[in-house]
Design a protein around this ligand. Structure first.
Ligand SMILES: NC(=O)c1ccc[n+]([C@@H]2O[C@H](COP(=O)([O-])OP(=O)(O)OC[C@H]3O[C@@H](n4cnc5c(N)ncnc54)[C@H](O)[C@@H]3O)[C@@H](O)[C@H]2O)c1
Length: 249
């Protein structure tokens, strides 16, 4: 399939996990991929991999939580690739702690990256997407839909991403711009591997974040993202699709 020929897609969090797998998939389908992350080393490896496979990609350092950086990122992407058709917004962080022990600094960091960062990028890309009749795919989570033990800040941020995405979908639908979310769960990435639980964690609660089918790799989410971002998703907006192996079935 070459659903993204002559299309430009901006991917955040492209240095790892679902963002990386999405960049590879979108490039394999003919898209020009503007790969962004704070991890420049991983971005370079990714772009080398895409170019070696015959695709087109550009590595661009972008901290989604930095005020003003989103406008620069969009401007540079459009300057280099000539437009912008879709945004796949996967940058995110997860911090686990008992709620009563969670520092305000960690709460603010998680909200700044996952929620405010997603908002700032959506705001910056919308003028371009109005021109291209493009679309946004944001990273929500099963935590947007159910309580997440030890993850109050993360769940609050992801609930916000889902609400924000639906609001954008409604506000811009008649002007030809779509906005959707994926809600991954139990995807084996650096994020999942880096989790540390509180010392007194009640592991009975782990079933809430464990899939029925076993963890899967990030490419299973990338395939759904590619569908949503492509014309195959042309009648889908304001939707969230769980890719969670049945956690919330
Ligand atoms: N892995 C899962 O099971 C799962 C479940 C639900 C939701 N998600 C969401 O999917 C998205 C991708 O997660 P993943 O599992 O691939 O994680 P990951 O840790 O493998 O990748 C996240 C990427 O985001 C980047 N990043 C972090 N802070 C950033 C910032 N300030 N600016 C720009 N980039 C930044 C990291 O460098 C990293 O490359 C995240 O938003 C995550 O919350 C993942």
């Amino acid at each position: 399939m070459k659903r993204f020929e002559n299309k430009v897609i901006l991917v955040t969090g492209a240095g790892s996990g679902i963002g990386r797998a999405s960049a590879v998939r979108l490039a394999a389908e003919g898209g020009k991929v503007w790969c962004t992350d704070i991890n420049e080393k991983e971005l370079k490896t990714l772009v080398d991999e895409i170019e070696t496979a015959g695709g087109t990609a550009f590595a661009y350092r972008f901290d989604i939580s930095e005020v003003g950086a989103a406008e620069r990122c969009v401007e540079d992407c459009v300057g280099q690739f000539g437009g912008l058709d879709a945004v796949v917004n996967m940058a995110g962080i997860l911090r686990f702690s008992n709620c009563h022990e969670l520092g305000l600094d960690i709460w603010e960091q998680v909200i700044a990256v996952n929620l405010t960062g997603t908002f700032m990028l959506c705001k910056a890309v919308l003028p371009e997407l109005l021109k291209s009749k493009g679309n946004i795919v944001n990273a929500a989570s099963t935590a947007s839909l159910q309580g997440l033990p030890w993850g109050v800040a993360y769940a609050a941020s992801k609930g916000g991403v889902l609400s924000m995405t639906r609001s954008i979908a409604v506000e811009y639908a008649k002007r030809g711009v779509r906005a959707n979310c994926v809600c991954p769960g139990d995807i084996n990435t650096n994020m999942a591997q880096g989790v540390t639980f509180p010392a007194d964690a009640d592991f009975d609660l782990l079933s809430r974040i464990t899939s029925l089918t076993g963890a899967k790799g990030p490419e299973v989410v990338a395939g759904v993202i590619a569908m949503l971002a492509s014309d195959d998703g042309c009648h889908i907006t304001g939707e969230h699709i769980r890719v969670d192996g049945g956690i919330l079935a």
